[in-house]
Design a protein. Structure first.
Length: 710
């Protein structure tokens, strides 16, 4: 009995492996097996009934209370418990003892067979659908267009008749799955970005649809997952990555149908029938959006217009084409478009580095270049207008239709509208700075005007060579006075303190208007093509002749320039452009003259008398503050000292005394003590020298005055 019980405890299980504990009750002749909770699973009750002839009728009642696992399909014929597929046979040896303790010569074998009951049967299972658009971004997978929603996952109910054993779990025949979802040549009908997808068993009751590598082996990149809830009988399908769908006439996504062969497995390992459930994966499609930026002014440089991809969808989307005027799609990669690279600062180059690649689409109108449209595959749109739009002053507007395509071929289109405005008059006055000398252009100079060092190249005055940049002139912009073609609309406005000179052209003074402004003749301007689509009016032949003996010692002359723009566009015509320029007039040290009415050249004094005060004076020709006087004295004959304001001063190494103009009336001469005779003192500035003579006589107090010159 002990060996039998041991084998029963080892080989009899319930509810998918639950242990069964057997024991024998000799009082009741009952062999009972209970589960872990003490609930009966199987018992054998031996009944011995005496017969009339002194024999015994033996019967065994075998009662099964719970399902018993039939798990050893290969057969087990050893020992007391035999397991052969659907049949479990238990051999119980029976021995009877009479009242005086004798046993039967041989035991009687009781063989009880437990036949497995009805297998599981799946009656039905729900077909479900999921939405690519609700995929949440994860790993290398792309988020759908509505990742905040939960339609990427759906659950279907499996209805099953459990038969004699309960459902333990559900399975998918992986080989059958891959076969059912392949074409007649064995190619998978499920692809992602053109790569085959196959099903793999994760070993934990879940399954994944994964991409294969170049050799057809599964990778770790999944695009869907399948799981089961064994308790409530359901399966869940979750799409995690883009799945390619067939197209609807090439314009929109449809759906992909995935067939899943599901069967159940009961507690003792019996499989149910297989049922195919259909999972519909609804395609996600990209969405393009029209882009129309603000009006762009010619010459304004690279401008961001926006992005035409509103939503890439789960399959990812890029800009792939542009439609021509006939509606035909030109693939950007195959078209005749240059590839350039634009970095974050807007710099455009022919090499990549860290910059993003763009297709350069020329924008023209009637053969005229308007600019360049730059389009990246990720949908960024930039536009760079030409510097000067030669468009008769008219604005430009053009529409360009681009095509975006996702990973499984779904497309959408969007228009990019480019608006370019003509800049209109964009004049700039480059007045500049000019310099010359006070005698430039003057014809009334005298011998006192020091012309040494004055350049000969400005005999007509200080040249004024300003430039007026006028832009592209596509509106016929000009500075010619329509009422007087000999005059321009450009005038020079003098400073508040006056011009301190006059402007000349071809040797004639410029005319002035009622406000005192100098009117520049039309012939003084030349229209110059700058070579970049812009033009300039360049001034030549106009000079400035300063007033006699005038210099800008107190500050440069600041002149204003006003130009009225004459334009074919009446709304633009009449604008006033302002500029300025300055003139520096350097002073020339003219030759001063001796004021002989206030200069004494001869003095007499007595020996050892008081110092003799000198009385000399020089007049400047320029009184604008640009010139200063400095006197030089030298004792050429005689002996004595020079004093300034009572203080003896010393000569330089050449014997020359230098005295400022402010001190010249404080100069005294002190003949040497005990000396008499005639003393000669030479005096000069940049003027001719004069000789000052002082006679020191023996007779004191005798003073006479006589003039002489050298």
């Amino acid at each position: 009995m002990d060996d039998l019980i041991t084998e029963l405890n080892t080989e009899i299980t319930t509810e998918g492996g639950g242990s069964v504990e057997f024991s024998f009750d000799p009082e009741n002749n009952t062999l009972t097996g209970v589960d872990a909770n003490g609930n009966p699973v199987l018992d054998f009750h031996l009944i011995a009934t005496p017969t009339e002839n002194g024999g015994v009728d033996i019967s065994v009642d075998m009662t099964q209370y719970q399902p018993i696992d039939h798990v050893d399909g290969a057969g087990d014929t050893d020992g007391y418990v035999h397991n052969d597929g659907d049949n479990i046979t238990i051999n119980i040896p029976i021995q009877i003892q009479d009242t005086d303790g004798d046993y039967m010569d041989e035991s009687i074998d009781f063989n009880g067979t437990i036949t497995d009951g009805k297998d599981l049967e799946i009656d039905s299972a729900d077909n479900i659908s999921v939405n690519e658009s609700d995929i949440d971004k994860g790993g290398d997978n792309h988020a759908g267009s509505t990742p905040g929603q939960s339609g990427e996952s759906a659950t279907g109910t499996i209805t099953i008749d459990s038969g004699s054993d309960e459902v333990n779990h559900y399975e998918i025949d992986v080989n059958a799955f891959n076969e059912k979802n392949s074409d007649s040549e064995g190619n998978s009908n499920i692809t992602s970005g053109g790569t085959d997808v196959i099903l793999v068993d994760n070993g934990d009751g879940t399954y994944s649809g994964v991409l294969v590598d170049d050799n057809g082996n599964p990778t770790d990149d999944d695009v869907f997952k399948i799981s089961f809830d064994n308790t409530n009988g359901s399966y869940t399908f979750e799409v995690t990555g883009a799945i390619d769908q067939p197209l609807d006439n090439g314009n929109g996504g449809q759906s992909t149908n995935i067939v899943i062969p599901i069967h159940g497995v009961d507690d003792d390992g019996d499989s149910s029938n297989t049922i195919d459930v259909n999972v519909t994966v609804n395609d996600d499609v990209p969405t393009a959006q029209d882009v129309s930026g603000e009006a762009i002014e010619e010459g304004s440089g690279l401008q961001d217009l926006g992005n035409i991809i509103a939503n890439e969808g789960a399959d990812g989307a890029t800009v792939t084409g542009i439609k021509d005027s006939n509606g035909n799609v030109i693939e950007l990669k195959d078209g005749d478009y240059d590839t350039v690279y634009i970095d974050s600062d807007g710099n455009i180059s022919d090499t990549g580095d860290a910059a993003e690649a763009y297709y350069a689409v020329p924008v023209t109108d009637g053969g005229e270049s308007i600019g360049t449209l730059y389009v990246s595959e990720n949908g960024d749109i930039k536009f760079e207008p030409v510097d000067n739009l030669d468009h008769d002053g008219k604005d430009y507007s053009g529409d360009f239709e681009f095509v975006i395509t996702d990973g499984d071929g779904d497309t959408d289109t969007a228009e990019v509208t480019v608006n370019v405005t003509d800049e209109g008059p964009s004049w700039e006055i480059n007045g500049g700075s000019y310099s010359g000398h006070e005698e430039d252009g003057r014809t009334d100079t005298t011998g006192l005007d020091n012309l040494d060092g004055v350049p000969d190249e400005t005999p007509n005055g200080i040249p004024i060579e300003m430039q007026l940049n006028v832009g592209d002139r596509d509106e016929g912009e000009t500075i010619i006075n329509p009422d007087n073609p000999e005059q321009s609309t450009v005038v020079i406005t003098p400073p508040e303190g006056g011009a301190h000179g006059e402007f000349m052209y071809d040797g004639e003074p410029l005319e002035t208007d009622a406000d005192g402004n100098f009117i520049i003749p039309a012939d003084a301007f030349s229209l110059v093509d700058n070579g970049d689509g812009t033009y300039s009016y360049e001034l030549s032949g106009v000079t400035f002749v300063p007033d006699s003996d005038f210099s800008t010692v107190d500050g440069n002359l600041e002149f204003g320039v006003q130009a009225e723009v004459i334009d074919n566009d009446s709304e633009q015509s009449g604008q006033t452009i302002n500029g300025n320029f300055n003139i520096t007039v350097e002073g020339v040290a003219d030759t001063p003259t001796w004021d002989m009415d206030n200069t004494d050249l001869y003095y007499e004094t007595g020996e050892d008398s008081d110092n003799v005060k000198l009385n000399i004076d020089v007049d400047l020709n320029d009184n604008d503050g640009s010139e200063t006087l400095e006197y030089h004295l030298e004792i050429k004959e005689g002996e004595g000292d020079i004093y300034v304001d009572g203080v003896k001063i010393e000569p330089d190494e050449n014997g020359v005394y230098t005295i400022s103009a402010d001190d010249i009336d404080k100069v005294e001469v002190d003949p040497a003590d005990d000396w008499s005779g005639e003393m000669q003192i030479d005096a000069w500035e940049p003027v001719p020298k004069v000789a000052i003579r002082l006679m020191a006589k023996k007779q004191p107090n005798l003073i006479t005055k006589r003039l002489s010159s050298m």
